[in-house]
Design a protein around this ligand. Structure first.
Ligand SMILES: Cc1ncc(COP(=O)(O)O)c(C=O)c1O
Length: 309
């Protein structure tokens, strides 16, 4: 099915890093699957198991017009013969509005387009109760797969390998992936969390997330202590990019032969470069987690590549 063994730790050779004896590796979770790529399978894995164990019909979840999570849910449900319902932000949208929605539709996901106001209620207790009544045999998964089961799956990203990295870098949207990794660190490892959104207090967000999953204050403080927040690498906010960022991503792809998306992992790459320069880092082993999303971000990169030709 989805093979986590495909996610290798690949050495990324960058001349300026080699000179500093900074060894950079990339955790290639993007190789798990094209559509259920990166952190998506990590987050969905135990949710799929939950559906099977509770003999439910499928999953209902939420997402914006280009949501990687929506696509991943549609694809995983298709593979496991489960029903998929996607509540999509924007009543003006249609199933053929963009390649992500089109693909969700092809994969058999029932797309329900709602107003921004209604979408805003996605975490509201009464709204979720109403959805549960409407779809009693569906497992309701929050936007971005941000539930306890999603976090548990992300605990497995570092896996048994975890080969002596000093610093691990990962992107943050809901924080579920970072929360999973932060509680699986060993020794003095630091988790650098790069927010794709503007104005986020990363440590506070992670603490709130852990709290909502029922962890104790003591556990939360212990995990948060090893988190290094990068709150200024968002390039203007969620989904926002600049020519400078797109050029960095383009160069990375050209030199390493690995595509990274401009919404999440591209910003992580930029944060690593800045951090190494600014903090004058030497003699370190660094792991950058590729959380996938290349499919969802390709509309931005393909426009930029056209300009480069
Ligand atoms: C490609 C990609 N990377 C990183 C993230 C951020 O993950 P999280 O929401 O768990 O913080 C997302 C969002 O789900 C994503 O689609």
């Amino acid at each position: 099915m989805y093979s986590e063994n495909k996610s290798i730790e690949q050495h990324i050779s960058i001349e300026s890093f080699n000179k500093r004896n900074v060894k950079l590796f990339m955790k290639r979770d993007d190789l798990i699957d094209l559509e259920v790529s990166g952190n998506k399978w990590r987050k969905l894995k135990y949710n799929v198991e939950y559906v099977h164990q509770h003999k439910l019909k499928g999953m209902l979840t939420f997402g914006g017009a280009f949501s990687n999570h929506l696509l991943a849910t549609a694809s995983a449900c298709n593979k496991f013969n489960l029903k998929a319902i996607g509540i999509v932000r924007g009543e003006e949208l249609k199933s053929d509005s963009n390649p992500v929605l089109k693909r969700c539709d092809e994969l058999g996901m029932e797309l329900v387009f709602v107003s921004r106001e209604l979408y805003g209620l996605r975490n509201d207790y009464d709204y979720k109760k109403e959805l549960k009544t409407m779809y009693p045999l569906m497992h309701v998964v929050p936007e971005g797969g941000a539930n306890y089961l999603g976090m548990i799956g992300c605990q497995e990203i570092l896996g048994g390998g975890n080969l002596g990295y000093d610093h691990i870098f990962v992107a943050m949207g809901t924080g579920t992936t970072a929360a999973g990794i932060a509680c699986s660190l060993r020794g003095n490892q630091k988790l650098h969390v790069v927010s794709a959104l503007k104005g986020i207090d990363i440590r506070n967000e992670l603490a709130n997330l852990y709290f909502s999953f029922g962890f104790s204050k003591q556990e939360i403080n212990e995990w948060i202590e090893n988190v290094v927040p990068h709150e200024d690498a968002h390039y203007g906010g969620y989904g926002k990019t600049t020519t400078d960022l797109l050029e960095k991503i383009y160069e990375f792809e050209q030199s390493q032969g690995i595509a990274i998306d401009p919404i999440y992992t591209g910003k992580v790459w930029s944060a690593i470069e800045n951090w190494i320069e600014k903090e004058n880092i030497t003699n370190s082993k660094v792991l950058m987690v590729h959380t996938g999303g290349v499919y969802g971000g390709q509309h931005i990169m393909s426009e930029y590549k056209k300009l480069k030709r």
